[in-house]
Write a protein that binds this ligand. Structure first.
Ligand SMILES: [Fe+2]
Length: 464
C-alpha cells in the first residue's frame, strides 16, 4: 500500500460540513413512519452518542472528538416506532449555554459532556467518554439526570468502551485521564450492581491515548500505542485536542491477567500503528490470544482535527503468543473498515461473525459488512447512492440460536434528502432489503457509538 493511498487529506471543514455538521435543536417526535416491519420482539431503545457542539465552533481548530455529546434515540415496541428524541448530554458547558441549572453529581479535574458512547448497565442509561470526564446518567427519555462515579467507587475517569463479560455481567475497562494520571492508566472492573470492585494501576512510559480494550477468558488487553498527550497542541491554539502521533513512543500490547497485578503484564511489541477499535478477542486452543481489529498506519500526524486524514483503517488479525511475546499480524481486508462489532455474548469468546462499516473518503460511512471468519468471506449491504450507515449494533433474535440470528441496527443518512433513518437489517443475509426503515424527523449527524437497550435491562418508567 502506498503512502498516498493511506493518506486521504480532508479539508479543514471535513468535520463540520455535510452530515458532520451539528443539529441545533432538540426534537421529540411520536409514532414514526415505518417502511417494512419492525420485529415485534424488539422492545426497548436504540440510542447513539456523538459530537454535536452546543454552540458553533471554529472548524479550523475544533477537533471532532471534543464536540459536545448528543444522544439520539428511537423507542421500539410492539412493531411500532413510538418516539424519536435527541438530547445534548448536559456537561457544565451545555447547561451554561442553555441557561439551565448544573447537573448534580461529582466532578473531576476534567469535565466535559460525554460524547462517545451510550450503554445500558446496572438498570440505567450511561453516556460515556474517555480521558477523565465522569459517566453521566440519562433518564429513559434521554434527559440528563446526574454525573455518577459508579456510586463513589470510581477513582478517576472512565472510558467509552468497557467490555461486558457475558459470563459474569461485569464491566471491564481500561481508563486514562490525562489531567489526573499522566504516568499510568487504570484497569477497572465494575460489578453488575454498578460499583467498582477492582482497580489496578498500570504504569506507562507516557500518557498514550487508550481508546478501547479487549477481554479474553484470562486477560485484559491493553493497547499502548503511539498517540500521546501533547499539551503544546492546545496551548498553541492549533486544536482543541491534546493528542498526536508520537512514533518514538513505540507500540505494544499488554496482556494483563484478569486476576493478576501490573507486574504480571506480558507486553508484546507490535508494528507502529493505531487502533481505536478491536472487534473481539479470544484465546485459541493453543493459548494464543487472537484479536480482530481495525488498524491505522498512523493517527493524528498531519490531521490534528480528526481521525480521517492520516491513514485508512483496515481489518486485521493479530495472533499473540504469550509465551514468546510474538505477534503475528495479518491483513483480513484491505478496504476501509471501522466500527467493528460482534454479537455481545461472543465477547471474550471465539466468534465466527464480525460486522463493520465501510468508509469512503477516509471517513464517510457507507455499506455494512459482515465477515465470516470460518469461511474467509465477506458480504455487504449497500444502502444506495449517497446513503451510508453509522455503526451497526448486532441485536440477537431471541427466536434463533445461530450466531448470526439477529439484526443490525444503525442510523443511515441520505445526502439526497438530507435526512436519516433507523435501518434494521437481517444479519443472517445482508443482501436482503432492510427488515424495517424508521423515518426520522431530522438528520442524525455522523457520530460515534450506540447500543440497543432492551426494556428488560433498563425498564421504561410507568408513565412513559
Ligand atoms: Fe470508539
Amino acid at each position: 500500500m502506498t503512502d498516498t493511498a493511506t493518506r486521504p487529506t480532508p479539508a479543514a471543514s471535513t468535520y463540520s460540513d455535510g452530515n458532520f455538521a451539528r443539529v441545533a435543536e432538540e426534537l421529540t417526535a411520536f409514532d414514526l413512519q415505518v417502511i417494512g416491519q419492525i420485529p415485534e420482539t424488539l422492545d426497548g431503545r436504540y440510542v447513539r452518542n456523538g459530537a454535536n457542539p452546543v454552540v458553533p465552533t471554529d472548524p479550523a481548530t475544533s477537533h471532532w472528538f471534543t464536540g459536545t455529546g448528543m444522544v439520539h434515540g428511537v423507542r421500539l415496541r410492539g412493531g411500532r416506532a413510538e418516539w424519536y428524541r435527541n438530547r445534548w448530554v448536559r456537561g457544565d458547558d451545555v447547561v451554561e449555554a442553555l441557561g439551565e441549572p448544573a447537573v448534580p453529581g461529582p466532578r473531576r479535574s476534567v469535565d466535559f459532556s460525554p460524547n462517545t458512547s451510550v450503554i445500558g448497565f446496572a438498570g440505567t442509561t450511561w453516556a460515556l467518554v474517555e480521558a477523565g470526564a465522569l459517566p453521566t446518567e440519562l433518564g429513559y427519555e434521554l434527559d440528563t439526570t446526574c454525573r455518577n462515579d459508579f456510586f463513589g467507587t470510581l477513582r478517576t475517569g472512565f472510558t467509552a468502551h468497557p467490555k461486558l463479560d457475558p459470563d459474569t455481567g461485569e464491566l471491564h475497562a481500561v481508563c486514562y485521564a490525562w489531567q489526573d494520571l499522566m504516568d499510568h492508566v487504570e484497569y477497572v472492573v465494575i460489578g453488575a450492581d454498578g460499583s467498582v470492585r477492582k482497580t489496578v494501576d498500570v504504569p506507562l512510559p507516557g500518557m498514550s491515548m487508550i481508546h478501547d480494550m479487549s477481554l479474553t477468558q484470562n486477560y485484559a488487553v491493553i493497547y499502548d500505542l503511539p498517540v500521546t498527550v501533547d499539551l503544546d497542541l492546545v496551548l498553541s491554539g492549533k486544536t482543541s485536542f491534546p493528542f498526536r502521533w508520537d512514533p518514538d513512543y513505540g507500540a505494544r500490547v499488554g496482556l494483563l491477567p484478569r486476576d493478576g497485578t501490573a507486574a504480571e503484564i506480558v507486553w508484546c511489541d507490535v508494528g507502529l500503528c493505531y487502533v481505536f477499535h478491536p472487534l473481539n478477542a479470544y484465546e485459541d486452543d493453543d493459548g494464543r490470544v487472537v484479536i480482530d481489529l481495525c488498524r491505522y498506519d498512523k493517527m493524528f500526524d498531519r490531521d490534528l482535527l480528526g481521525p480521517a486524514g492520516d491513514s485508512i483503517p483496515t481489518l486485521d488479525r493479530w495472533t499473540i503468543d504469550p509465551a514468546t511475546r510474538r505477534v503475528d499480524e495479518e491483513r483480513v481486508d484491505e478496504r476501509s473498515h471501522e466500527f467493528p462489532q460482534v454479537r455481545a455474548d461472543r465477547t471474550a469468546r471465539r466468534h465466527r461473525f464480525g460486522y463493520t462499516v465501510g468508509l469512503s473518503g477516509g471517513l464517510v460511512p457507507g455499506a455494512n459488512y459482515k465477515f465470516d471468519y470460518d469461511t474467509g468471506t465477506a458480504t455487504s449491504h449497500d444502502h444506495g447512492p449517497g446513503r451510508g450507515s453509522g455503526e451497526a449494533v448486532f441485536v440477537a433474535d431471541p427466536a434463533g440460536s445461530a450466531e448470526d440470528d439477529g439484526w443490525l441496527m444503525s442510523f443511515v443518512y441520505d445526502e439526497t434528502t438530507d435526512g436519516s433513518e433507523l435501518v434494521i437489517l437481517d444479519a443472517r443475509d445482508l443482501s436482503r432489503a432492510p427488515v424495517a426503515r424508521v423515518l426520522l424527523p431530522q438528520r442524525v449527524p455522523y457520530g460515534f457509538h450506540g447500543s440497543w437497550v432492551p426494556d428488560a435491562a433498563v425498564p421504561a418508567p410507568t408513565a412513559s
